[in-house]
Design a protein around this ligand. Structure first.
Ligand code: PMP
Length: 437
């Protein structure tokens, strides 16, 4: 590649060699317009692009950078791991340590590490089918669980219908094994189980949906899922790829009735668990997890699974998060402060909105103050056209937001007063741009 000195030149060069110039679609700024920034470095709460411009980062790599960029403890651990070797393709003590650490935080007995959230949920589905001998999976409209075929099914019309392929290349047969129901809709779930109960292997849900913006589960909804699945002999797959070790110290689990002592059958983790390196995990009871090869008949494998450098990053990140009480206290405080600043700016500019909050996670939706957002249909009905100008104005003022209105904003424990001041100064301009849209 020739040396690029502008974001536009970098994007043009990227487009010549990669589809859309990106390796993950939302990075292309398709729904917000403008030129994607080509990033070269990051530290603390800041990102830097090829033009040398600095942005306060409210994406945090879509969640993993809980401690901010280049946290010294994480860097030290990674450097030490690199010095010992990049990959062995065999077991290491750090894998066991990270599994033990996860087990000390959430009620799981066994952990298998993989490299992406997509692999984790894909493996969870295979385990659920292997454990039950059933084929059907129930998922919620608007929940994202990665890009494996069956999970890229989208809702058909009406309630409790079998899904349609959500992407070219997903076959109707694969989509037909996924049933899509509206989130927070107990009646629709009862209907699905009344019709298909004997063939349902699992219900998969995000611990707190955060891929249609944040949607807060209704009181008792997750307990309802637990009871319903148990009654019908189906498993409950609890996707904490995004929420795990972030929404609270114990993830979405910490918000979902943990004191009442219930647990899902299978969990998936990603993002924070690797601290910015490619790590994800499927976890759960020994009874279900020990069905995995080599002990059981459900096959799963990975050349780079449990990669030693990635394990070091995960261990250091989770180690710091669990041992330093400042981490979650700061995340909570910064998240609340951001919500307040956002709300003040939007209200000041006369922009109707609602904010959805789950622990340290939040998102907002334009034009939804009357109803809030409780499911995908409501998320989609928002005035999404206001987000492009809002986003661009924030970017012009040095704040990097998720380039989609359907995403949570991610803070880190490195977001300090100076970073917050820059956000506070930018927001009123962005709110006026949204009002004018
Ligand atoms: N599950 C959830 C809840 C997610 O938010 C994501 C990614 N945003 C995934 C699964 C897939 O993870 P990955 O992108 O690592 O494949």
């Amino acid at each position: 590649m020739t040396e690029s000195t502008t974001n536009l030149a970098a994007f043009d060069a990227a487009r010549r060699v990669m589809p859309g110039g990106v390796n993950s679609p939302v990075r292309a700024f398709g729904s917000v317009g403008g030129t994607p920034r080509s990033l070269v470095s990051a530290s603390g709460p800041y990102l830097r692009d090829v033009e040398g411009r600095e942005y306060v980062d409210l994406v945090c790599s879509w969640g993993p950078m809980l401690l901010g960029h280049q946290h010294p403890a994480v860097l030290d651990a990674v450097h030490a791991a690199v010095d010992r070797g990049l990959s062995f393709g065999a077991s290491t003590p750090d894998e066991t340590r990270l599994a033990e650490l996860i087990r000390s935080i959430v009620p799981v007995e066994r952990v298998r590490f993989v490299s992406t959230g997509t692999e984790a949920t894909m493996t969870a589905l295979r385990l659920a089918r292997g454990a039950t001998g059933r084929n059907l999976i129930v998922k919620f409209a608007g929940c994202y669980h990665g890009h494996s075929d069956g999970l890229l099914a989208s809702a058909g019309s009406g309630l409790a219908t079998q899904a349609l392929p959500g992407s070219a290349g997903v076959t109707e047969a694969q989509a037909a094994e996924t049933l899509v129901v509206p989130y927070n809709d107990e009646a629709a779930l009862r209907e699905v189980f009344a019709v298909h109960g004997e063939n349902i292997a699992a219900v998969i849900t995000e611990a707190v949906p955060a891929n249609m913006g944040v949607v807060v589960p209704n009181d008792g909804f997750n307990q309802f899922l637990r009871t319903l699945t148990a009654k019908h002999g189906a498993l409950l797959i609890w996707d904490e790829v995004l929420t795990g070790f972030r929404a609270t110290a114990t993830g979405g689990w910490g918000l979902s009735g943990e004191p009442e002592g219930w647990a899902p059958d299978l969990w998936t983790f990603g993002k924070v668990v690797g601290g910015g390196m490619p790590v994800a995990a499927v976890a759960g009871s020994a009874e279900v997890m020990d069905l995995l090869a080599p002990l059981g008949p459900v096959y799963q494998a990975g050349t780079l699974s449990g990669n030693p450098v990635a394990m070091a990053a995960g261990l250091a990140t989770l180690g710091e998060a669990t041992s330093n009480p400042e981490v979650y206290a700061t995340l909570s405080q910064r998240s609340e402060q951001l919500q307040q600043l956002l709300s003040e700016a939007l209200t000041g500019a006369g922009v109707d909105h609602s904010i959805q909050t789950a622990g340290t996670l939040f998102s907002f939706a334009f034009g939804t103050s009357a109803t809030g957002v409780h499911d995908y249909a409501q998320a989609q009905s928002q005035e999404a056209f206001r987000y492009g100008p809002f986003f661009q104005t924030m970017l012009d003022h040095g704040v990097y937001l998720p380039p989609s209105v359907f995403e949570a904003w991610f803070v880190s424990s490195a977001h300090d007063d100076a970073a917050m001041e820059r956000i506070a100064a930018a927001l009123p301009h962005a709110a006026r741009a949204a009002a004018a849209a």
